[in-house]
Design a protein around this ligand. Structure first.
Ligand code: HEC
Length: 210
């Protein structure tokens, strides 16, 4: 009995931390006014405009490979089209980095490092960080070589965040499919657990142990 309570408790605590509140994960808090949170979350209304803003303000240095958006100098290179015919629109990372090494290296020479690809940055950093960092890089990451390109344009910055969210997160129908699969798996385990437990009691009874 004590064992059952103990292991059930540990299992529940484990899933609580995993799914609801991971208080071990280090997360700094960044302020983000509610009106911009609303824009950044509204992928349906703003991702498209956000993509155009990204092309105008960020693409000189950053790619979003998962969306087949490459840095401007690569985008202008006729080699890109040939490669895309061979590999599909989203080039494998090693191919991209090998073929366009010089473009990436030129950025590295100017900024000390290759500006990161932003395909999944939304999942890693979250909207509050992206909003604040993009708006005022020096304030969030003192000494960073990323220039402040969005100063005084919080609304457009929030739209860019909406675009990054749209690339990083699966679309809603895919998300609900995954939730359904998760719930299905757990329900299956519970049903099997109960059946095995019933079966075990029967076997014990037949053996005269119960
Ligand atoms: C002129 C080049 C340049 C432009 C334009 C530029 N960035 Fe950057 N960005 C950089 C560099 C260089 C870094 C790496 C900075 C570092 O690690 O210190 C960086 C890093 C980042 C990071 C990662 C920050 C982190 O914590 O690791 C994000 C997010 C980012 N940029 C977003 C943007 C967005 C959004 C835009 C457009 C509004 C943009 N950048 C425009 C050069 C640029």
């Amino acid at each position: 009995m004590i064992k059952t309570v103990f292991f059930t408790g540990i299992t529940l605590a484990f899933f609580y931390i995993l799914w609801f509140n991971n208080f071990f994960a280090h997360r700094e808090r960044y302020e983000m006014p509610a009106q911009y949170v609303k824009i950044a979350e509204d992928v349906k209304s703003y991702a498209k405009e956000g993509k155009q803003l990204f092309e105008q303000n960020c693409q000189a240095c950053h790619s979003v490979r998962y969306d087949a958006v490459y840095i401007s100098s690569v985008q202008a290179n006729p080699k890109l089209k040939t490669l895309q015919e061979k590999y599909g629109k989203v080039l494998p990372r090693d191919v991209y980095e090998a073929v366009f090494y010089e473009d990436l290296n030129a950025l590295k020479e100017s900024f000390g490092k290759v500006p990161p690809d932003l395909s999944t940055i939304y999942l890693v950093k979250g909207k509050e960080y992206l909003f604040n960092f993009t708006l005022e890089p020096q304030k969030v990451l003192p000494g960073t070589s990323m220039p402040a390109v969005m100063t005084g344009r919080p609304e457009e910055t929030a739209k860019i965040v909406a675009y990054l969210k749209s690339v990083a997160e699966p679309p809603p129908e895919e998300k609900s499919k995954r939730v359904l699969m998760g719930v299905g798996t757990i329900a299956y385990l519970v049903v099997m657990g109960v059946l095995i437990w019933l079966w075990r009691s029967r076997v014990l009874k037949r053996m005269g142990l119960h």
